[in-house]
Design a protein around this ligand. Structure first.
Ligand SMILES: Nc1nc2c(ncn2[C@@H]2O[C@H](COP(=O)(O)OP(=O)(O)OP(=O)(O)O)[C@@H](O)[C@H]2O)c(=O)[nH]1
Length: 177
């Protein structure tokens, strides 16, 4: 049963180029603006910098962009109350947290608590990374496990979970489920 007093939250999962960012943006655009875009990517090379510049241009002026490569819970909590927030994406955030050698469990717990006690609508984008073969190095296996577990924990506290497959949304948890 959906808690009607609490703003809605959606988790959009998918592989690379599955259409998850586009779908997540459409969910936010269907809500009254202005909209907050919380970006977790860092422009580490020219290709990424170009991609980010293109995304910013395509989003347009109704979006307010917040860069949060690591302090994600804080970015969500300090967004204006009621303003819809899009986070793209949690998997890069997890990568950044792990590479910075932070306490991953504490960071994930803080994020899940922030999402569970939300005061504004949230649309969260994450990769579903566990479909492939078992990675042959320990760091990649640890990353895959943290990413899968974070998705599960977030799925438990959001209203809707969508899996993007070849650009098509598959609802795996809906408001009535
Ligand atoms: N730092 C920063 N990153 C941004 C900004 N806008 C978009 N991004 C990043 O761009 C990435 C999403 O774009 P893509 O890499 O093209 O999409 P994708 O997730 O590979 O593919 P889809 O599954 O189709 O969405 C996310 O990681 C965002 O964090 C921005 O203004 N600043």
């Amino acid at each position: 049963m959906q808690d009607t007093a609490r703003p809605t939250a959606h988790l959009v999962l998918g592989g690379a180029r599955s259409g998850k960012s586009r779908h997540a943006e459409a969910l936010v655009r269907a809500m009254p603006g202005p909209w907050i875009y919380v970006a977790t990517a860092e422009a580490r090379d020219d290709e990424m910098a170009e991609r980010i510049a293109r995304h910013r241009q395509e989003r347009g002026p109704q979006w307010h962009t917040v860069e949060a490569p690591r302090a994600l819970a804080e970015a969500i909590e300090t967004a204006p109350e009621g303003a819809p927030v899009l986070v793209d994406c949690l998997t890069l955030w997890l990568t950044n947290v792990m590479l910075a050698d932070e306490d991953v469990e504490a960071a994930c717990r803080q994020l899940v608590e922030t999402v569970a006690s939300r005061r504004r609508p949230l649309v969260l984008v994450a990769n579903e990374v566990g479909f492939g073969i078992v990675p042959d190095n320990a760091l990649a296996r640890r990353f895959r496990d943290h990413a899968g577990l974070l998705n599960q924990r977030l799925a438990a506290v959001v209203d809707e979970v969508i899996l993007m497959v070849a650009g098509l949304p598959l609802t795996v948890k809906g408001p009535t489920q």
